[in-house]
Design a protein around this ligand. Structure first.
Ligand code: SF4
Ligand code: SF4
Length: 469
């Protein structure tokens, strides 16, 4: 369905410098190059540097800065980290490999987010089981694995397959970008009706590729699957693509997500709470009690049981309470339809929980990127000075909990607004109460978790006495 013509909008691509930059052929490369060089330096430091997480560029850049800045960028501007993703620089090599390899179609059965949901769970399990945040060496392998997976998947399958159906981080960004204050739209939807080539999605020859995740601009109603690559802007010969500034809650109120997306959003919310919970003393008490009950101290078994129980509870509560809300609204529908109806309500809280958690870590170690980069460059002979490790301990402790609490309250308020709007649209304002009660409980649980003494993963809390490495 083509969107109706909007009455008013503010288009970021109308800003003179932005417009010229975005339409420039190498604009994306300019954004990707710094992150690619940083990734190379992180690989070097991760594999060959000192294996101390707060003093290694691999762990600091990935677990403190990448995660914190992704959430900040999405909240302020949009999914710019996908636009600047250095993994996309493997596309040249993928294209070269395609000459020798047969191109397969991504299986129809896997053209949804259930595969990504499974991969995200695996990733979160691996993160806890192998303490990835604590190991520069494993973090470097993770970076290398990511580059290799992007190269192979995009060589065998059509471009965009990795971003859309495989990458847990990209899909995490897509889900959180539903909160972004920007969205790709058609400036004049009427123009699209007579557009002969639908170039924004199909491209215009090799020089102007279209949308690799197969989004058709006049039909876009959500930031999901949009990598903000702006291929569509360059491909459209009618200059008809806008990067519209919008209300961050608009999408949650208007979009009707597919069930796989809604379940992915719910999983992210529960996983966010679990991820924070795994860093506080009550988690260790729970693991000890479980170890006594099961008669094993094998960490993989204990973690697996806790994970499975939490995912089971998340699935049952998400589906069961959505069904109850639909029933209160007088609608009898299948479980996945109910999740689809109410699922948008999970996304604001998911954003808030991850945002609060990542902000917590980022604020505690934001300046540590300076000395770890100095140190890695120094080992390559590219930085003659001495790293200033005092920077690594800039912990504005008084700000940590209030910032996190503010994010949780804002997320809960946005979720409540979305759910109430949806239930009012059905003529029963109280229908959303079951789902809302769950979100209030999860918000309270998250605040309680964040108020516990927390492991400061990957953060240097005080300069080493020597001040050196
Ligand atoms: S290429 Fe431009 S005019 Fe054609 S459908 Fe896409 S946005 Fe509309
Ligand atoms: S080409 Fe597709 S993914 Fe890229 S900005 Fe346009 S709509 Fe988003």
């Amino acid at each position: 369905m083509i969107q109706p013509a909007p009455t008013r909008r503010w288009d970021l691509l109308r800003l003179p410098l932005v417009r010229r930059f975005v339409r420039w052929r190498y604009s994306r490369f300019v954004l990707q190059l710094p992150l690619f060089l940083l990734a190379l330096l992180a690989l070097f430091d991760g594999f060959t540097g000192r294996q101390l997480a707060p003093k290694n560029l691999a762990t600091v850049s990935v677990w403190l800065h990448y995660r914190g800045l992704v959430v900040l960028a999405i909240a302020l501007l949009g999914n710019v980290f996908c636009a600047a993703c250095p993994l996309m620089l493997t596309r040249g090599a993928s294209r070269a490999l395609k000459r020798w390899l047969p191109e397969w179609r991504w299986p129809r059965r896997l053209r949804n987010k259930y595969g990504v949901l499974g991969l995200t769970l695996l990733y979160l399990f691996a993160y806890e089981y192998w303490d990835l945040w604590a190991s520069p060496w494993l973090t470097a392998w993770l970076i290398l694995g990511y580059f290799g997976a992007a190269l192979v998947v995009n060589a065998i399958f059509p471009s965009g397959t990795f971003c859309k159906y495989v990458c847990p981080l990209g899909n995490f960004n897509f889900a959180l970008a539903t909160a972004s204050p920007t969205q790709i739209t058609a400036r004049d939807p009427a123009r699209c009706l007579t557009c002969e080539g639908k170039y924004c999605v199909n491209g215009r020859g090799a020089a102007y590729p279209g949308c690799e995740t197969r989004l058709f601009v006049p039909q876009i109603q959500s930031n999901t699957d949009c990598t903000l690559c702006l291929n569509c802007v360059r491909a459209c010969p009618y200059d008809n693509v806008a990067l519209e500034v919008r209300s961050p809650v608009r999408e949650w109120v208007t979009a009707r997500y597919r069930p796989d997306w809604a379940l992915f959003g719910a999983l992210l919310l529960f996983a966010g709470v679990m991820n924070a919970f795994a860093m506080v003393p009550p988690y260790y008490a729970l693991a000890e009690a479980l170890a006594r009950a099961l008669g094993t101290t094998h960490e993989g078994v204990l973690l697996g049981v806790i994970f499975a129980a939490w995912v089971g509870i998340a699935g049952l509560l998400s589906v069961g309470l959505s069904l109850l809300s639909s029933w209160l609204a007088g609608i009898h529908e299948r479980p996945l339809q109910a999740v689809r109806r109410w699922g948008a309500g999970y996304l604001p809280m998911a954003f808030a929980v991850w945002g609060a958690h990542y902000a917590y870590h980022f604020l505690t170690g934001w300046a540590s990127i300076v000395p770890v980069t100095q140190q890695a460059l120094g080992r390559l002979g590219l930085y003659p000075g001495r790293p200033d490790w005092a920077l690594a301990a800039q912990v504005p402790e008084a700000l940590l909990f209030p910032t996190a609490a503010l994010a949780i309250y804002a997320g809960l308020a946005a979720s409540s607004y979305v759910l109430v709007r949806r239930s009012l649209a059905l003529g029963r304002g109280y229908a959303a109460l079951p789902v809302l009660a769950l979100l209030v409980y999860l918000a309270a649980l998250t605040l309680w978790v964040l108020a516990q003494p927390m492991e400061m993963r990957g953060t240097l809390l005080a300069p080493s006495p020597s001040g050196g490495i």
